[in-house]
Design a protein around this ligand. Structure first.
Ligand code: PEP
Ligand code: MG
Length: 324
């Protein structure tokens, strides 16, 4: 089986009825880069830049960030790399910048933190732009976006950074900018953001946590956390439909992307780009090559009629078992 999976590396993730799915890797540390390539990742769908910030003992300088980001981009020449701006706060504390809050999940995190610390953000954006140079790989991903002003404010900082670098005669190009769809409030606004965004990526971990008002790191309630909850699936189907309507490239980069039952559903809603830990890529590719997108669409419609996750999981898993 191991050698069969190895052979899979260079085969495309194409369903039995010819639908092509792009498989990307999630990374945070440079050590994750080569496993992604070894497992056939077609790009990086989520580079969690908070990782290098978390293992450092102070905010990394522009030069230090430049050094790290350059290596990440160089590993995937000509392929998309979605670099997320710093997403600390909540479950991702920075040892040298403690944030004490009663309700950290609803607090100062993601883009809220970045925009309130604009010189940190400027340093990071400059480092990303310099690392990408004139290449086309860089996609900047904004975490925890919940209102239009955050996108506008980020775009203004990006414009300033581009202008600064032009004045410094450092050749760079304007990157694509997208958001994580992970705060439920973003979903209703997507149709109004068609011309403000170049792509979107569903962060199913936080999206599930916020839709269910359920902290999956709280052992008292974590047992009830499930990204296959019907409400989560309905929202994902809605996001996929809107993205298609307004022509916005869509991916999904939470844990769902590597849960086989969830993948059947995602394929069925029309999602064609999934990003996951490198080690999960071969298994998911194997799964995708064994099912048809048309069957997945039928199963997704059926799943959306069910009122509990156990029944949904049973439906999707039985369908997978029938296909071996
Ligand atoms: C998510 O929220 O689904 C996600 C991919 O981001 P993170 O787990 O880093 O918050
Ligand atoms: Mg998240």
């Amino acid at each position: 089986l191991r050698s069969e999976l190895a052979e899979l590396r260079n085969l495309p993730a194409t369903t039995t009825d010819g639908e092509r799915v792009r498989l990307f890797a999630n990374t945070g540390l440079l050590a994750d880069i080569s496993p992604g390539l070894a497992n056939g990742a077609e790009g990086i769908g989520l580079y969690r830049t908070e990782m290098p910030f978390m293992i450092s003992d102070t905010f990394p300088s522009e030069e230090e960030q430049l050094h790290i980001y350059t290596q990440v981009l160089a590993a995937y020449p000509g392929r998309p790399v979605y670099m997320r701006i710093l997403d600390i706060g909540g479950d991702k504390p920075l040892p040298y910048f403690p944030i004490r809050e009663e309700n950290p999940a609803l607090g100062w995190r993601g883009i809220r933190f970045c925009l309130d610390n604009s010189s940190l953000l400027m340093t990071q954006v400059r480092a990303m732009l310099r690392a990408a140079g004139t290449g086309e790989e860089l996609h900047i991903l904004l975490p925890m976006v919940s209102n239009t002003g955050e996108i506008t404010a980020f775009r203004n900082i990006l414009t300033d950074a581009l202008q600064q670098l032009a004045e410094e005669k450092i050749p760079v190009r304007r990157p694509l900018v997208g958001i994580m769809v992970e705060v439920p409030a973003a979903i209703s606004l997507l149709p109004m953001w068609a011309d403000k965004l170049d792509f979107i990526s569903i962060g199913s971990n936080d999206l599930s946590q916020y839709l269910l008002a359920l902290d999956r790191n709280n052992t008292r309630v974590a047992g009830a956390y499930d990204h296959i909850h019907p409400a989560v699936l309905h929202e994902i189907a809605r996001i996929a439909a809107v993205a298609r309507q307004i022509g916005l490239p869509l991916s999904l980069c939470g844990e769902m992307a590597s849960d086989p039952a969830a993948v059947v559903f995602l394929l069925g809603t029309g999602i064609r780009t999934l990003s996951m830990s490198a080690s999960k890529l071969p298994g998911i590719k194997w799964l995708l090559r064994s099912i048809s997108a048309a069957d997945a669409a039928t199963l997704a419609q059926q799943a959306l009629t069910l009122d509990n996750s156990t029944a949904i999981r049973t439906l999707l898993e039985e369908a997978l078992q029938q296909r071996g």
